[in-house]
Design a binder for this molecule. Structure first.
Ligand code: SF4
Length: 395
């Protein structure tokens, strides 16, 4: 295999140009055609990678050694690489390459550029990556079009340095810290921008350590992440000091069942909301992407009732909701149709309004009257069905 067929593990998966904001709403990212690589969505509660590799530099890091011990204890062999290049990922076809990459976990040291944090509006003051890549197969995934090279999931071995670096940013927030309604959250750090924490934590323990780091950090700070998995039991006994908000990305059943391959079921995610709330964590719902499917008030009403029942007797409940409607760009549509050519997901420009972004790009959102109807319904029904829930933002 020649050099350019290798995967350079020093190159991060997500774009390195952080002058552009990453956004779930389709802000500009470099996109590429990944046609014909669509996997069949499967349901998996815990990801077991087919192949785990570690670079020499990662092996020198204390957390790298911890990950090796954890993965080997699960009976998975860890391949020690001699350098930063990974061979054997590229297959004869894009589909084969995609499948191999998606089932590979690489333990690496994060690129130096990741030490300079970027704001991540509207979620948090700062974005911090503990990993990049995700084993799930959501057919609307906003990351699909922005991956550089085969999507080998990278987890970072230099976790201790990543966490120590955060101290520089306390009090420097530019997003939630400037919001009168959210300033009491302190300086916020979002740790799930390009990954799903609970899809990976059983292999790395990284988010458990992050929770403990924030728990021991006596400062006005908050760790935040969102997940489509329910694997929370290891987090329940941790000393979190209520400085981590665990959010669950949820949707109505037609969306979770049709378009969220490889994730935990909605019922399991809602049961996990209850578990972490009972363990005293601030919790949240990331309701995204909201879609006005046929019968949507009934379907979303069911979702809110499910959550309401799960949290009704939780003492000192601190519950928030983030409401994000579906949108797409020309590029993300092309990539997603390449991955999921038979998808039934609606991405019809004729039924959408165009919203121009700061960087000359445009995204397709629902028309104003649909947005107003959806927003009015959610604000009204959340107030009625989940009165203890605070809405953080609508987009
Ligand atoms: S869980 Fe999130 S990052 Fe992973 S495929 Fe689904 S939308 Fe994309």
């Amino acid at each position: 295999m020649t050099g350019d067929q290798d995967v350079d593990l020093q190159v991060p998966l997500s774009p390195d140009d952080h002058s552009l904001p990453h956004s779930a709403s389709g802000e500009p990212t470099e996109e590429q055609d990944l046609s014909a690589v669509a996997p069949r969505p499967t349901s998996a509660r815990r990801w077991t990678p087919q192949r785990v590799v570690i670079t020499p530099a990662a092996l020198d890091e204390p957390h790298g050694a911890r990950i090796v011990a954890r993965v080997e204890a699960l009976g998975i062999e860890v391949e020690r690489l001699r350098g930063n290049r990974l061979t054997g990922v590229r297959g004869d076809t894009d589909r084969q390459t995609y499948a191999r990459a998606k089932s590979t976990l690489a333990v690496v040291v994060s690129p130096p550029s990741r030490r300079k944090l970027q704001p991540i509006a509207p979620s948090a003051d700062w974005r911090v990556d503990l990993a990049e890549g995700c084993p799930a197969h959501c057919q609307y995934c906003y990351l699909a079009g922005s991956l550089s090279g085969p999507p080998v999931t990278r987890v970072y071995a230099d976790l201790d340095d990543i966490l120590a670096n955060l101290a520089r940013y306390v009090g420097e927030g530019t997003v939630t810290s400037r919001s009168a309604a959210r300033v009491e959250e302190g300086t916020t750090f979002e740790a799930s921008c390009y990954s799903d924490p609970l899809a990976l934590d059983h292999l790395t323990g990284s988010w458990q350590r992050a929770v403990e780091h924030f728990g021991a950090w006596e400062a006005p700070v908050q760790l935040r992440w969102t997940t489509k998995y329910d694997d929370v039991d290891r987090f329940l006994p941790l000393q979190h000091a209520r400085r981590t908000r665990v959010r669950f990305s949820v949707n109505c059943l037609p969306v979770t069942r049709r378009w969220e391959g490889g994730t935990s079921s909605l019922e399991d995610r809602v049961a996990a909301v209850r578990k972490v709330a009972m363990a005293g964590y601030p919790v949240g719902l990331t309701i995204a992407p909201i879609m006005p499917l046929e019968g949507w008030p009934e379907h979303y009403g069911h979702l809110l009732d499910l959550v309401a029942r799960a949290v009704e007797d939780v003492p000192d409940l601190d519950l928030t909701a983030e409401l994000i409607t579906h949108r797409f760009t020309a590029g993300s549509k092309e990539v997603l149709l390449g991955w999921y050519p038979r998808t039934t997901l609606e991405m019809d420009e004729e039924r959408r309004a165009v919203k121009r972004g700061k960087f000359g790009t445009s995204k397709h959102v629902y028309p104003r009257e649909v947005m107003l109807e959806l927003r009015g319904w959610f604000e009204d029904q959340l107030a009625q069905r989940l009165p203890r829930c605070r809405v953080l933002y609508w987009t």
